[in-house]
Write a protein that binds this ligand. Structure first.
Ligand code: AHR
Length: 497
């Protein structure tokens, strides 16, 4: 007989804060992410906007909360020369976006537009520097342009001439992207040397804000990459290593985003749940050099990746978003929360109209995807104290292979409210769970649930409200013990007071 599903939460063991930047996003000059997504320009449009940013998109992102936004790539970052994107728009040169369909990039959305957007959203900016085809001088100039005090260099004069008098705050600087691939096809050893060269010139000089520098990290299970960087980068020169992991079935045959089989679903979830092993093993490598965990792991690209929607440009990576994506999001965010001691940032790829987007647009229409709703439901974990837990889960079995049906994470916010996020990835079975919280006692429980009749369901432009969070009533509380019933492929967030 299978064991029952149980979760034990140990309040006394809590010590780590869930960095809100785990709930970060990523926006690349790719397909319709920037142009016709975040930015529609400020002329020739009837869509309500503020400085070219759609008002409906702005409002939705503010409600979901975007703590940090990475830009301008991705692969695009290592082809981008930031000076092409500042100054009067009429004078900005155009370029070809060689990674993403050879489309014309007119540079109308550049540094000022991006950093102003971050300010509007209340998000920290994560600028990905061009290491693959740029120069250390160019990157150092970008730092001066964006963050140095007025009058301190020709770069700050340039900023003032652009109409921006005071510096912006740039929370994070990336030194290249996927240096092992589109960022230069470098070996780890070569990149480590290049990193040191760039980092030398990427300092604050006499500016008091310390720069937070993130090295281009490993792909999936490339532990050698992490090892070489940890060994060869001086501790004073970096703050975090990246990690990229996509939940993709097979790079050669990714399968459809909506009309997928249970087999395809199962494999996608295998890939998604692999995140636990990847973080554990990359962290173990980092522990050897940094046992005090001063250096962070930033999972700065993650999410589901499928075939594009039929009839759309294959280079634009535009895909629909179903309850399968809600399962990926809920499960990966639980994994990041549970590794709050090492994972300090993660950036879902990508924020709008590309890959596992939280928002899709079509002309004047906009839809919030199931992934959006998970991100919004989980925002109660931002900067909360992570409560360690143990999960004993029944199996979700498919064709003799199995995965754990249930995953979870928990935290206590600054008002003393405990939140537990639960995912049942099993598409065929409701799961009952007994939750015990050691070291606390509660009077009330309330909750929200995201579910739909089928895991292939999605919000469409014709039916945008098909999937949205509802009140959850299947939790009963007695002191510090709870019983919860999770329907198939559902995400639930409980609040205990
Ligand atoms: O997110 C799409 C692409 O995936 C990014 O540009 C790149 O970094 C990764 O390979």
């Amino acid at each position: 007989k299978e064991n029952a599903n149980t979760i034990t939460i140990n309040v006394a063991e809590a010590k780590d804060t869930i960095n809100k930047n785990i709930y970060g996003h990523f926006s690349e000059h790719l397909g319709r992410c920037i142009y016709d997504g975040l930015y529609i320009g400020d002329s020739n449009t009837t869509i309500p906007n503020k400085n070219g940013i759609r008002l409906d998109v702005l409002a939705a992102l503010k409600k979901m909360k975007v703590p940090v936004l990475r830009w301008p790539g991705g692969c695009f970052a290592d082809t981008y020369h930031w000076k092409d994107g500042v100054g009067p728009k009429a004078n900005r040169p155009s370029m070809l976006n060689v990674w993403w369909g050879n489309t014309k990039e007119d540079n109308s959305f550049g540094t000022n537009e991006f950093l102003n957007l971050c300010e509007e959203l209340g998000a920290e900016a994560y600028l990905s520097g061009n290491v693959g085809s740029g120069t250390p001088g160019e990157l150092s100039d970008w730092i001066k342009y964006t963050t140095h005090p007025n009058g301190s260099s020709p770069m700050t004069d340039l900023r003032q001439a652009s109409g921006r008098t005071i510096p912006w705050k740039v929370g994070f600087w990336g030194l290249g992207n996927e240096a092992w691939g589109c960022g230069g096809n470098m070996t780890a050893e070569h990149y480590a040397n290049i990193y040191r060269q760039y980092a030398t010139f990427m300092t604050d000089w006499n500016n008091s804000d310390k720069l937070y520098r993130i090295a281009s990290g490993a792909s999936d299970d490339d532990y050698h990459w992490t090892e070489v960087l940890m060994k060869n980068l001086p501790a004073s020169m970096f703050d975090a290593l990246g990690l990229h992991h996509y939940s993709v079935i097979d790079w050669g045959k990714k399968g459809p985003a909506t009309n997928f089989s249970e087999k395809e679903y199962f494999i996608t979830m295998q890939r998604a749940l692999l995140m636990e092993e990847l973080i554990t093993k990359h962290s173990a490598v980092m522990d050897k050099y940094d046992p005090e965990k001063k250096k962070a792991l930033a999972v700065d690209e993650w999410g589901g990746w499928y075939e594009v929607e039929p009839g759309t440009n294959p280079a634009f990576l535009y895909q629909q978003n179903t309850m399968r994506d809600a399962m990926i999001a809920g499960s990966n965010l639980n994994i990041f929360n549970n590794h709050a001691d090492r994972v300090k940032m993660a950036n879902l790829a990508q924020i709008i109209n590309v890959l596992q987007a939280v928002i899709l647009t079509e002309g004047e229409k906009m839809i919030l995807t199931p992934t959006y709703h998970v991100m919004e439901m989980y925002n109660v974990h931002h900067d909360a104290l992570m409560l360690p837990l143990q999960v004993t889960s029944q199996d979700y079995v498919h064709e003799k292979e199995s995965l754990k049906a249930i995953n979870a994470s928990a935290s206590k916010d600054k008002d003393g409210v405990t939140h537990i996020s639960l995912v049942n990835i099993d598409p065929n079975k409701e799961h009952s769970i007994t939750i015990n919280v050691n070291g606390a006692s509660y009077k009330t429980v309330s909750g929200r649930i995201l579910r739909s009749a089928k895991m292939q369901d999605y919000n469409s432009f014709e039916n945008p409200g098909k999937i949205s969070p509802a009140e959850f009533k299947d939790a009963s509380l007695s002191g510090n013990s709870l019983t919860v019933k999770l329907p198939p492929t559902s995400v639930v967030v409980l609040a205990l007071k």
